[in-house]
Ligand binder design. Structure first.
Ligand SMILES: NC(=O)c1ccc[n+]([C@@H]2O[C@H](COP(=O)([O-])OP(=O)(O)OC[C@H]3O[C@@H](n4cnc5c(N)ncnc54)[C@H](O)[C@@H]3O)[C@@H](O)[C@H]2O)c1
Length: 356
């Protein structure tokens, strides 16, 4: 399917009111697709898509896709489905809410089954770097690049959230093998950008800096390596995966930059223009210690790897954050680390701050 063919295509985006989902909706509308968003707004925000809804450019269904009949109605008449709906949060949420994350096993199965029953041609899934074996990601001094074929027996995904993503990838492969449904999975690596909630590490750091927190808190010892990936690169990668992958292959969407949490913190403090010490909270969840994507399969299959450098993406996100947030709200938000632990992304204060 070539890019120009998006015009007039009926596209379902589950979880389309979310941070990443809403950026995908923007890009699909821009390409002329007829977009339907199905989202229960549990963490998604209507304001992320309401300019499209009000202008009649997209159809919005506020529905719970755990219900099979609802999922079938959402999928009806669609050519392509991007499945992003998930029970999800940052590292704190994943670590403290395994039961909720396990409901994704039901949600993903229900959505894929509905798509198959309704004759949806293609399904593209929002998977995660959390499918990779955790034991390969525990040495912050090693230069490990997570390549797609490292996911195999014995499987060892990251918490129930990661296991559910892995099961969904496998289910989509099975739909392709057994029924010929065109499917692809995209493994996102720690995504950030405008509209991302403070449940994710970069956004939590931006919030702390905006509140001029001193000392500046990081979760863990700060040595954890991440390759934070700007949301526009994720969206371009997902659309290319829809155009170029049909056989259920999973592809990494992540940058080749390795950034330590402590260096991210220092850059955020520099952007905010003040000086402070960093305080390391060793008891807070910090996730695996070394997570970075090998980008070679994306280069060969999609013909594109992420383009936005971390410093560029961070500066854009800082500009958005400071232009849209109220300083008093943010100060309240960052005041209680323990309360921050249990919250989820997207919703207004108090929202989570984490370090995944
Ligand atoms: N943000 C990241 O760094 C990251 C990394 C890897 C994968 N992902 C995946 O990307 C997708 C989007 O994540 P995000 O970070 O933009 O925000 P998110 O996790 O808030 O998005 C999930 C969306 O699904 C909706 N939803 C949840 N349960 C639903 C249900 N039963 N029925 C209908 N809608 C439901 C929520 O309201 C929300 O809009 C998720 O699948 C997530 O697992 C995100």
């Amino acid at each position: 399917m070539e890019q120009q063919n998006w015009r007039g295509r009926q596209v379902l985006v589950t979880g389309g009111a979310s941070f990443i989902g809403s950026h995908l909706v923007d890009a699909l509308v821009e390409r002329g697709a007829q977009v339907r968003v199905a989202d229960n707004l549990s963490t998604g925000l209507i304001e992320n898509i309401d300019t499209h809804v009000k202008a009649g450019r997209i159809e919005f269904l506020q529905v719970d896709l755990l219900d099979p009949e609802t999922a079938r109605l959402a999928a009806r008449g669609c050519d392509v489905a991007f499945h992003l709906a998930a029970d999800h949060g940052g590292r704190g949420y994943i670590a403290t809410h395994p039961v909720e994350c396990a409901t994704n096993l039901i949600l993903d199965g229900t959505v894929f089954r509905a798509c198959h029953q309704q004759g949806v041609e293609r399904v593209i899934f929002a998977s995660s770097g959390c499918v990779y074996p955790t034991s390969r990601q525990m040495d912050p001094t090693a230069e490990v690049w997570l390549a797609e074929d490292m996911v195999g027996p014995p499987y060892e995904s990251d918490d129930l959230y990661g296991w559910a993503k892995l099961m969904a990838e496998m289910t989509l492969k099975a739909y392709h093998t057994q029924y010929g449904m065109k499917t692809a999975s995209c493994r996102f690596f720690t995504v950030y950008g405008p509209r991302c909630g403070e449940s994710h590490a970069v956004m939590a750091m931006l919030a702390r800096a905006f509140a001029r927190q001193s000392p500046f808190v990081v979760w863990g010892d700060g040595e954890q390596i991440r390759n934070w990936t700007y949301v526009d690169d994720i969206v371009e990668g997902m659309i290319l995966a829809a155009e170029k992958i049909e056989d259920g292959t999973a592809v990494n969407l992540g940058t080749a930059e390795r950034i330590r949490v402590i260096d991210c913190a220092r850059e955020v403090i520099r952007l905010a223009g003040y000086e402070t010490d960093v305080k390391k909270l060793l008891d807070m969840p910090s996730g695996v210690l070394n997570r970075a994507a090998d980008t070679s399969l994306a280069a060969s299959l999609l013909g594109r790897v992420p383009q936005v450098s971390f410093n560029e993406g961070l500066a854009k996100t800082w500009a958005w954050y400071t232009a849209t947030k109220d300083a008093d709200d943010v100060r309240l938000l960052v005041a209680d680390e323990q309360a921050l632990l249990t919250h989820r992304m997207g919703k207004s204060a108090p929202s989570p701050a984490a370090s995944a």
